[in-house]
Design a protein around this ligand. Sequence first.
Ligand SMILES: Cc1ncc(COP(=O)(O)O)c(C=O)c1O
Length: 390
Amino acid sequence: MYRIGEAEVARVRKLIESGRMFRYGKGGECDRFERDWGKHVGVPYVRMTRSGTGALYTALVGLGVGPGDQVVVPSYTYMATALAVVGAGAIPVIADVDESLTLSAKDLERRITPHTRAVIPVHMVGLPCDMKGIMRVARRHKLLVLEDACQAVGGGYAGKKLGAIGHAGAFSFNFFKNITCGEGGAVVSKSRAVFDRASVAIDCCSYYWNPEEQREDLQFAGHNFRASEFEGAILNAQLRRLEGILQRMRGHKKELLQVGEEAGLKSIRNNSLDFECGTHLGFIFGTEPEAREFSLRLGEREVGSFLPMDTGRHVYTRWDPIMRRQGAHHAALDPFKLAANRKCRIKYSHDMCQDSLDILNRSVLISMHPDNKRARLREMGKAIEAAAAA
Ligand SMILES: Cc1ncc(COP(=O)(O)O)c(C=O)c1O
């Protein structure tokens, strides 16, 4: 969460005073956010959810992914990306990231089998994936592409907004994201068919709320990941802040990147420096001890940093339900045990993405903040120079 205040309070107050917190039947806050988020991202169809995990899972349902399918996910992402695949009944295949800390297009292609149906490129820590390379591989092998933009809300790649490049996109608006309503999410797509199916998964009654859309093909059992007007109200206020927040962080990051590079540091590869979120500055070192030393020195000067390897459930080796192949609460529903998945099941091991572990252990990320003032940026620059010299 970067900024929240009176604008959000005023909108929520107005909503409470209206007494109408249910989203359907009034054309209120959720409708408005979905329309505006669609315009912002550049897609015609948006459906809010209760979380990014819900957005990923329902987008996979929207895309028609299920048992018998493999879905490639990167080794560095919050485990919800892989769990959403299992939730849809499919099998996640884990591929390496490259020095951009995002999915390697080359390794994606290497992991493709006759069962591969889709890929989820994840724009981690605000950094866009190599979408050109990934889309090229996807086209060549007829893969569906679901962008996980949960950590890159509002970011872009080569002039396009993240989430709008693949067949569908998923966003999170949880507390830690670029804009937030505490917990929340959204599915976006250019395809009406994907949107319709995702909508049923998001709200088992969605065709009932829109009776003109009663369709036989949409009458499958969905869930309830439906957003309330509270989320809509807060996000409508947050959306106005988004561009300003990202512009400031992007600017700060570029300045500090230059300081680091002039001090002899190597930046992590960036697939779209002018359009990414700017939430994290990253450097990559020759060895893990060098990276740890750099991070330690920054800490001594009160500049927080972390190694991606240390971020718990964001590295595949820590995705316990996947590594242990415990894919459901009930054995009969477990994708790792389903007969339909017999041919596409795979073995997981800790060394299956050794290149990723090497990269994640040698990288250091420094978080930006839009409220950093010039004096703070100077301090951060000095700390980077000193830590680089050490
Ligand atoms: C890359 C990524 N994907 C998916 C999610 C899931 O989002 P949520 O926590 O809103 O369910 C997160 C959340 O942190 C995430 O970082």
